[in-house]
Write a protein that binds this ligand. Structure first.
Ligand SMILES: C[S@@+](CC[C@H](N)C(=O)[O-])C[C@H]1O[C@@H](n2cnc3c(N)ncnc32)[C@H](O)[C@@H]1O
Length: 212
């Protein structure tokens, strides 16, 4: 979730602190970083829909052992990234084009607040790519703004539609999100669930590949 593109351009050098303050009304990014850090996973991390790179910053700061590839369809991904640039790469590329490059499968894939921006008819294709990009013992972490009775959900929905300007957002209930993942990313075992302050709409789900 981010403030609108026009406002961002006007902010110039103060874009990072203002974006960060704005986002803190919706989610405590540090707490999300801590929850991700609590999940054991290997060294190669892919973040799909990395956006400004705020979550990549958290991962890189908290996990000195990992490198992150952050991809997005939008231009200039990772524009607000802060941290060790030697361990992060940002690319504007789709998951299918990345898959066509046959990368070594990733130990962890993070998808944060992306799925509700993806039209329902395209989610299956995206998740099939994710399934093929994830290693046989990899970890999938999905953070979504789910439909719940909470002011945070309505605030997030309003912001996405009217501030960010994506009028086509389509949010999932927790059960639908779990089914969507289970139906499209095979051999996953659920291994974590947490909500991230300040709102219970901020759901982080974790799955591990394999049978353990
Ligand atoms: C709300 S932002 C979240 C950014 C980041 N994950 C975070 O939480 O800070 C959603 C991002 O998903 C990207 N996105 C939407 N559909 C995508 C797709 N099919 N593949 C990759 N990125 C996508 C958008 O361009 C946008 O940058």
């Amino acid at each position: 979730m981010s403030i609108g593109p026009k406002v961002r351009r006007m902010l110039g050098p103060i874009e990072a602190p203002v974006s960060s303050a704005y986002r803190s009304m919706f989610i405590n990014i540090g707490e999300l970083g801590k929850a991700i850090d609590a999940v054991p996973f290997g060294r190669r991390v892919l973040e799909v829909g990395v956006g400004d790179g705020m979550i990549a910053s958290q991962i890189i700061e908290r996990r000195p052992d990992v490198s992150v590839l952050g991809i997005d369809l939008a231009k200039n991904p990772g524009s607000l990234f802060e941290g060790d640039r030697g361990r992060v790469e940002f690319r504007t590329i789709s998951t299918s084009d990345l898959l066509a490059e046959r990368p070594v499968p990733f130990d962890a894939i993070v998808i944060a607040d992306v799925l509700h921006h993806v039209p329902p008819s395209m989610r299956k294709a995206l998740l099939n790519d994710v399934a093929n990009l994830l290693s046989d013992d990899g970890v999938l972490l999905v953070k979504e703004t789910v439909v719940v009775r909470s002011p945070g959900y309505w605030m997030g929905r309003f912001s996405d539609r009217w501030i960010t300007g994506d009028r086509n957002v389509s949010f999932l209930r927790e059960g639908d999100l779990k089914r969507l993942i289970a139906d499209n990313v095979p051999n996953l075992v659920a291994s974590g669930r947490s909500t991230i302050r300040p709102w219970k709409t901020n759901l982080l789900l974790v799955w591990r590949r394999g049978t353990h």
